[in-house]
Structures are given as structure tokens and as C-alpha cells.
Write a protein that binds this ligand. Structure first.
Ligand code: GLA
Length: 335
């Protein structure tokens, strides 16, 4: 029997690098989705991708995911390790989600593969399994935002995620605001980035001043090292920005939405230091474009895309520019 599973990428509107410390984030699933189609059977997962030259071929009996070649097969092997399917699968992957752009192509792949392999559970269980898959495949200690956004997306809505309780609240996006992703031209690979180092710095700060999710700016006085203080300040102020952003969406306060995006970018640039000159220049250019409410880098940083909120048509779609709609989460169907 032929099975098809589809899983969207995501764009994060605000709440960056907060999900590894139980904080808040506001991604949305996007209308760029990865599709896995094929037949169940055998003892290997064999997938051909329209984005990759080499076939991924992974035994279901188990293999060390981080050692698999070609490298994209590591995500497939990560899913196999996380969900331990009873049978293999042979099929194809098609995806319009650009890799290395900060739009969660790997989460979309993991979630689509897990569903194609027969994963049966809630969207949260699916996201947790795929987060484990990502971690073992890449060695990056990522949070749950990307996989949960892909699994639990709601058409026309952003998702307010409490990464402590893992509650997800759908927040409607106002009419007449467009979400646009614009590529900086720099492809990023989180494996080589300082993502793990930032994560460790935040964990170290929490050892001193307690959970960042519950801390306020005055608590930063407890951190002696100025760099540690900046890293932690990003998370504390970013969590507050998520709530302010949700309030501004609900009241359609466009000026505040733009201001919060600018503040978020400045914090990622100066406090967490995950931006790049290309991203800074892009955000500056977008912010100066008529009809753009605001812009900031989206995803982990170190390259990839900026997200801009704008009046319809302010930014034309083209190579490296995607006008996005908030989409439903992943699904599996026969045929
Ligand atoms: C990557 C990780 C997420 C999150 C973002 C930064 O996308 O996979 O868990 O930490 O970076 O917000």
C-alpha cells in the first residue's frame, strides 16, 4: 500500500533561543512542506530525495545515526532510532523547504519520515521523537520548537509555545499582514555553529541565577561575567517580547510588532551574538523598505533567513524570497 506523509517547515516570528531553557516562542508552520511517499516493507528505509544526489539507505535494525552517509540520511537514521519502526520503507522525498535557510527543513524531513514509517501518537509525542532524532543525527542539543511547529501547525495561526509545560496556543494572525522570509545568501549548518556553546552558556547562567524563564533583568546582577550577563539578558528580554508580540497581534498594533522585531534582532546581534554581517545588512535593508513593519533574523542565526512582517505586496516573491502562509501541521494519508 502506498503511504504519503506531509510535514511543513516553520518560521519563527519571535522567541529565539528560548526553547532550551523552558521559555516561550511563537513560530508558525509554513506552506512549504516536505512530502514522503512510498511503500512500507522490508528491513531498510530507502529514500531518494529531489534535493540530494545520493540515496539514503538505513537498516531498521539500528545504526549510529551521526555516522551515516550521505549526511542527509542521518536525519532518516535519527528517526529510525527514535521510533524503531517494525518494517522498512521505500520511497521518495520531495521538498520545497530550502535547506540551511533557518526554515526547519530537517524538522520537516524528520516529521514526514516518522509519519510515513507509521508513527502513531499525538503531535507532541511526534515532535518529541523527532527532536530526539535531530539531536542524535546532528549532535546539536536543539529545543523542541521546530518539530512541534511542524507537527502541530494551525492554518492561519502562529503557535504560542510554552516550552516548559509544552502547551501550544494558536494565535490568529491579523488580516492584511504578510509574513515573508528573505534569505541572507549565507547557508548555515548548525553542526558547525556555536549553537551548543550558547546553550551551555545559558545553562551555566541558570546554575547561578535560577531558571531564566522565571528571572527578571535585575537578577542579571548575580552574574559576574559580562558575556554571561548578555547571553542571559537575551533570553529574559526575549521571553518578555514574545508576550508583548502576542498582545500586539491580538490588538493588531503594527507599530509595536515592528518595534519588537527590531528589538529582537538587536538582542540576537549584540547580546546572544548569533547574527552575521549579511543578516544585519539584510534586516536593515528590509526595515527601510516601504510597507515593511519590521524584520529580524529567524531561526538559530549564523546565516539563513530574516523574517519580515509587511503590508501585502511590499516584498515581491522571487529567488530567496518566500511570501508565506501559516499552514496546518503534518499529516499522513493513504495513496
Ligand atoms: C534551532 C533549534 C530550535 C531553536 C532555534 C533558535 O532552530 O532547532 O530548537 O533553539 O534554533 O530559536
Amino acid at each position: 500500500m502506498v503511504v504519503t506523509a506531509t510535514a511543513p517547515g516553520r518560521i519563527n516570528l519571535i522567541g529565539e533561543h528560548t526553547d532550551t531553557t523552558g521559555g516561550w516562542c511563537l513560530p508558525m508552520a509554513i506552506d512549504l512542506a516536505t512530502t514522503v511517499t512510498g511503500t512500507v516493507g522490508g528491513d531498510r528505509v530507502v529514500l531518494r530525495s529531489d534535493q540530494e544526489a545520493a540515496v539514503a539507505d538505513v537498516p531498521i535494525a539500528g545504526v549510529e545515526p551521526a555516522t551515516v552517509e550521505p549526511a542527509w540520511g542521518r536525519y532518516v537514521a535519527g528517526v529510525v532510532a527514535a521510533i524503531q519502526p517494525a518494517a522498512g520503507f521505500t520511497g521518495t522525498v520531495t521538498s520545497p523547504v530550502p535547506p540551511g535557510a533557518g526554515l526547519s527543513s530537517s524538522a520537516a524531513l524528520e516529521v514526514a519520515v516518522a509519519l510515513a514509517l507509521g508513527f502513531d501518537g499525538t503531535p507532541l509525542e511526534l515532535a518529541r521523537a523527532c527532536q530526539r532524532a535531530e539531536q542524535v543525527a546532528s549532535g546539536v542539543p536543539c529545543g523542541i520548537m521546530d518539530q512541534l511547529a511542524s507537527a502541530a501547525g494551525v492554518d492561519g495561526h502562529a503557535l504560542l509555545i510554552d516550552t516548559r509545560s509544552l502547551d501550544v496556543t494558536a494565535v490568529p494572525l491579523p488580516e492584511g499582514i504578510e509574513v515573508v522570509a528573505v534569505h541572507s545568501g549565507e547557508r548555515r549548518r548548525l553542526e558547525d555553529s556555536a549553537y551548543g556553546e550558547r546553550h551551555a552558556a545559558l545553562a551555566a547562567a541558570e546554575q547561578v541565577i535560577g531558571p531564566l524563564r522565571d528571572a527578571d533583568v535585575p537578577a542579571l546582577r548575580g552574574l559576574a561575567d559580562p558575556e554571561a550577563r548578555r547571553r542571559a539578558r537575551h533570553v529574559i528580554t526575549e521571553n518578555a517580547r514574545v508576550h508583548a508580540f502576542v498582545a500586539a497581534l491580538r490588538s493588531d498594533d503594527r507599530r509595536t510588532l515592528g518595534d519588537l522585531l527590531a528589538e529582537g534582532h538587536a538582542s540576537l546581534r549584540h547580546d546572544l551574538e548569533v547574527s552575521t554581517p549579511a543578516l544585519d545588512a539584510l534586516v536593515q535593508r528590509l526595515t527601510a523598505t516601504p510597507g515593511v513593519l519590521g524584520a529580524r533574523l529567524t531561526g538559530a542565526g549564523f546565516g539563513g533567513c530574516a523574517v519580515a512582517l509587511c503590508e501585502p505586496g511590499a516584498l515581491a516573491a522571487g529567488p530567496g524570497v518566500w511570501r508565506l502562509r501559516a499552514a496546518s501541521g503534518a499529516r499522513r494519508h493513504p495513496g
